[in-house]
Design a protein. Sequence first.
Length: 108
Amino acid sequence: MTNFTYSVLAIVIVTIITWFCRGVPFLIFGGNKKIPPMVTYLGTVLPSTVMVVLVLYGIRGTKFTAFPYGLVELLSIGLIIVLQYTKRNTILSILAGTACYMILVRVL
């Protein structure tokens, strides 16, 4: 199998799996079916939980005992929290936090 054929086949398989994963909830909960309370609860709790896990994963290798003592990460996370709380704009928070981190990494 050539590289081109393999690439096209991989893209087709990923596309089918993605459509399937996005379509199953509509098949299960579509129409006038009542959404179970547990699914509603998970829909409200999981986004915040995933963000916390991603932040912890992102700072797992930070050395708080050596210079700059995690200052870059903490300032970037603080900026994201302040922007999200005041502006309620996720894209702005992510872009500003990333820019802050990248600048501070180069400066400190």
